[in-house]
Design a protein around this ligand. Sequence first.
Ligand SMILES: NC(=O)c1ccc[n+]([C@@H]2O[C@H](COP(=O)([O-])OP(=O)(O)OC[C@H]3O[C@@H](n4cnc5c(N)ncnc54)[C@H](OP(=O)(O)O)[C@@H]3O)[C@@H](O)[C@H]2O)c1
Length: 325
Amino acid sequence: MSDRIRWGILSTGNIAAAFAEDLRLLPDAELAAVGSRSTEAAETFAAKHGAARAHGSWRALVEDPDVDAIYVATPHTAHYEAAMLALRAGKATLCEKPFTLAVGEAEELVETARSGGVFLMEAMWMRCIPAVRRMIELAGDGAIGEVVSVHADFGMQGPFPETSRLRDRRLGGGALYDVGIYPVTFADLFLGRPSSVQAWARMSAGGVDENTGMLFGYDSGAVAALTCSLLGDSARRATVTGTLGRMEVARDFFHPAGFTLWRGESAEHIDLPFEGRGYQFEAAEVHRCLREGLPESPLVPLSDTLAILRILHEISGKIGLDYSS
Ligand SMILES: NC(=O)c1ccc[n+]([C@@H]2O[C@H](COP(=O)([O-])OP(=O)(O)OC[C@H]3O[C@@H](n4cnc5c(N)ncnc54)[C@H](OP(=O)(O)O)[C@@H]3O)[C@@H](O)[C@H]2O)c1
């Protein structure tokens, strides 16, 4: 492995640009190439973000011999095809969330990576943020006692234009798979798999969920109350409550720089390192795994990625969200 991990970014949208900028924060990262459906978009992106090469097709990108890792940043519905191309070309792959809409497609990606010995990780960046990792450690050490509830919400201010991918069912639109995946993953980090899943949603005329509530029950007796929305700008906070105290994360709980640990009436604010927009932490995790020869990330396990997709599928069934036709 060279001194620097050479990244290829697949697609040229919003998150591709944010990731490219945060890569600059890693001294051992190089933005080697970008690939797009169009040469013109690739060239514009490469010029703006400093990529050495611009490819006018996904195949040319994944077959670039001077690229070590591919970051897939297309709309959800194209993740499977793009990630499969990258894996079959033998490239370590970081694929945006949700991995896929159909659980079976995600299972195929995982199987392809495992059987080919190629690294694959979901870009669930929240799991790599230092403050979130610290919260998980504290909960594991019993700092708040037995966890009895998790509250988390992720709502974005609408209305989104009719042309937005968020409203387009054919591009995997809707709140659940775009932003609801964060509260669902957050609850999973502290409570594991639910034994009961209830959900309700307001569906759009186009057939995607736009305001969704979820209530999970666990064998331990714990509960999680979670919401996501494309209609209203919610507080985007999260709280993990235990029998001895609680941890509270203020706005944008999915990439916090810190949180508050409450025990009784005593509050301790805990800050951790944070720079840029926070996407460098997931890239750094890919670097660590590649350098240590790990087949999968222990921080973002593929088994958890699949388990969360199965929960989202169960919720979809309850709210009438169906991408299959
Ligand atoms: N981690 C995060 O914080 C975060 C934030 C936002 C989004 N995301 C995830 O990142 C993904 C992309 O979101 P985004 O907001 O960046 O979307 P976006 O701005 O619409 O960009 C997606 C890019 O994918 C390509 N593309 C567009 N339509 C396509 C299609 N039908 N088939 C294949 N490729 C297509 C385009 O690039 P080319 O024209 O170059 O092909 C487009 O610029 C989503 O899965 C989303 O869940 C993650």
